[in-house]
Ligand binder design. Structure first.
Ligand code: C5P
Length: 408
């Protein structure tokens, strides 16, 4: 997915063992369609060679402000003017202190100081020992550098190269990528709380077995990520799926429809948008055995009785917040044929402003999908694309409808 297509990123490396992760970050950015210009401090070259970074970025690396390759001999001006963003990864404690002081005695800090502050964002991925990270000087410097307009991307927790364990590791390249991509998305849901249900439910009949379905949860996770990228606070209530939690999203894992309803109701108390993508089991076994149901040797199978599950979307759509116009509900319909008719009927039945239809067999487990948006105004198709791209389009569609929506 070309999430950074057309973007030019200046990737700055400062001295730290986390430089080994910057090679992968550079690769991921190039793969996502960005052009990447690497700038390194002398200290960074102690940890990883410019040769590696040149090979991965496809461009010669800049290290010195006296670089004669620039016709005007001003690499600090030229490099910063071209950039859509400057990403410092790793950003050492010393370099943060240098930024705070506006130092400019080597190329990278000089370039950061010379960047057009309103046009070229500066993103920092700090990396240091946990004692350095929690030192009052670092906390003070980090607060100041953010007050001066830089964006700090946070740190990871865990084992550190020095042998200690704690906060201060650089985020993993994939995590940094999510944050960098998110940075470029329009903040159309800023200030909103978005609730998403995703994945299948698992309805147990005994401690070992139960009924479920093939929903992968990919569309719901993509929507949660897109809503977060758009600036919303996001709660993701997930059935049993094997997917990583999108960055910055609060995830609540559940198994059954009843658990999903309870978690969704609780989160919906202050949510403004509810997107129901979960493939909730329509029925659950009427009884649950505390012990495994065993074969009794008679050759007869046990008969199973079912109870209907609560409809989570319907419950929230009929709730007080939705009726008062405080919770915008979006439903999904997976059909195998007659999508438009079924989608329209389902929207009426659930009493929701927006229903998103898709063809079940073409979406389950896939990374691509196409969507049909059905609302008061009619029907609109979002053509086949990666689910993350569609999720961003859907988030933009929802954001555009929020200010004009009135409950029926
Ligand atoms: O009624 P049907 O299952 O076809 O409706 C699909 C929509 O309703 C989806 O948005 C799904 O997440 C939601 N739903 C729900 N709880 C159920 C059944 C469906 O939230 N028990």
């Amino acid at each position: 997915m070309q999430d950074l297509a057309g973007k030019h990123i200046v990737l700055g490396l400062t001295g730290g063992v986390a430089c080994y992760k910057s090679a992968e970050l550079c690769r991921l950015m190039v793969k996502a369609g960005a052009t990447v210009q690497v700038v390194m401090t002398e200290s960074a070259t102690q940890f990883i060679t410019p040769v590696t970074m040149q090979a991965l970025s496809g461009r010669p690396v800049y290290i010195s402000q006296w670089d004669v390759r620039e016709p005007n001999n001003m690499p600090h001006i030229n490099l910063s003017r071209e950039a859509d963003a400057i990403v410092l990864a790793p950003c050492s404690a010393d370099f943060i202190a240098r930024l705070v002081q506006g130092r400019s005695d080597e190329l990278l800090s000089l370039m950061c100081l010379a960047r057009p502050i309103d046009r070229v964002p500066l993103l920092l991925a700090p990396a240091m020992n946990r004692e350095m990270w929690s030192h009052p000087a670092t906390l003070r410097n980090l607060a100041q550098v953010q007050a001066d307009g830089a964006i700090a991307l946070g740190v990871g927790t865990g084992a550190q190269a020095c042998g200690e364990t704690g906060d201060g590791r650089m985020l993993e390249p994939a995590e940094l990528m999510e944050d960098i991509v998110a940075h470029f998305q329009p903040k159309v849901l800023a200030g909103q709380h978005v609730l998403v249900t995703a994945g299948p439910t698992f309805e147990a009949m005994d401690p070992i077995r139960g009924i479920t379905n093939h929903s992968s949860g990919k569309m719901g996770f993509a929507i949660a990520r897109a809503a977060r990228e758009a600036g919303a606070r996001v709660t993701l209530v997930a059935g049993p799926v094997h997917l990583a939690t999108p960055r910055g999203v609060k995830r609540i894992d559940v198994q059954s429809a009843q658990q999903m309803l309870a978690a969704a109701q609780s989160a919906a108390q202050d949510a403004n948008v509810f997107v129901a993508t979960a493939a909730v089991a329509d029925w659950r076994p009427a009884t649950h055995s505390n012990q495994k149901i065993k074969k009794d040797g008679s050759g007869r199978a046990p008969s199973l009785a079912f109870t209907e599950n609560p409809d989570i979307l319907l419950t929230l759509a009929q709730g007080e917040r939705a009726r008062r116009g405080q919770l915008y509900c979006v439903g999904f319909a997976a059909e195998s044929e007659n999508l438009v008719e079924h989608a329209k009927a389902k929207r009426e039945r659930k009493g929701i402003p927006l229903l998103v239809g898709n063809i079940g067999p073409l979406t389950f487990g896939q990374d691509h999908n196409s969507l049909l948006l059905v609302d008061d105004a009619g029907v609109r198709e979002l053509p086949r694309a990666p689910k993350q791209v569609l999720a961003r389009e859907l988030v933009a569609e929802i954001a555009a409808r929020l200010p004009v929506w009135k409950p029926a």
